[in-house]
Ligand binder design. Structure first.
Ligand code: ATP
Length: 220
């Protein structure tokens, strides 16, 4: 399955504005952002450092309140917040007391995924990180932790995945593994992905590329 032009959007962002005050200066991070991501679509969000990518993802997640504008996520089959919108933040947010496998199995269990440990192991295998399943986050590399965080997001089969630079710590081969797996999930399962990246390689796997500059989005 690939996104159809007339497919109902999973994510709709309308007129999003967000400014920050820094001393006497006002930073206009988002200045009327419009965006739709459909089921089955992998959208790559490009933009220089400081262009507002993280601010946009944070407003979509409700981690930050926009000054104005609307965000709508439509996920009819989602029973929990995780199944609606999953996130891979820049800081992975893995729980240090748990192994990678336990970190991935936890949301699976809470979301009622059948056989959560098996599902978690499978999600780790797909991202070539199952060999580290019994290690804790402080005993693996940042790139391995990043892939575990992505497995944790994908294990509940969310409608929408927001990922902030999920390949920033990976070499080219592993970046390709991660991007190919994301694309497979989009096209096979109807997952909608918004992936913020600096990496030109990401555009090769995208259905659509958008670029954030001066607080506005344009086709990339
Ligand atoms: N809490 C804050 N207070 C003040 N300014 C902020 C705050 N958060 C972000 N900004 C400013 O808003 C702008 C957008 O920042 P944002 O982190 O969204 O950019 P980004 O594109 O994600 O950057 P990077 O790729 O480096 O992560 C920048 O000018 C940044 O300095």
């Amino acid at each position: 399955m690939s996104a159809l032009p007339d497919a109902a959007p999973v994510l709709e962002v309308r007129g999003l504005r967000k400014s920050y005050r820094r001393g006497d200066e006002v930073v206009h991070a988002l200045q009327g952002v419009e965006l739709q991501v459909a089921a089955g679509e992998l959208v790559v969000l490009l933009g220089r450092s400081g262009s507002g990518k993280t601010t946009l993802l944070s407003c979509i997640l409700g981690w930050e309140d926009p000054d104005s504008g609307e965000v709508e996520v439509t996920a009819p089959g989602a029973a929990t917040a995780w199944e609606r919108t999953a996130v891979v933040p820049q800081q992975t947010g893995l729980l240090e007391e748990l192994t990678l496998l336990e970190n991935v199995a936890l949301p699976a269990r809470l979301a009622g995924v059948p056989a959560p440990r098996t599902a978690a192991l499978h999600a780790l295998e797909e991202l070539q990180i199952a060999g580290e399943a019994d290690r804790r986050p402080d005993a693996v590399s940042l790139g391995q932790a990043q892939r575990a965080a992505l497995a944790r997001a994908l294990v509940v089969r969310p409608a929408l995945l927001l990922a902030d630079e999920p390949t920033s710590r990976l070499d080219e081969d592993l970046t390709r593994v991660v991007l190919a797996e994301l694309r497979r999930r989009c096209h096979a399962d109807g997952l909608a992905v918004l992936l913020a990246s600096h990496d030109a390689l990401a555009t090769a796997y995208a259905d659509r590329v958008v670029r954030l500059a001066e607080g506005r989005l344009a086709a990339g």
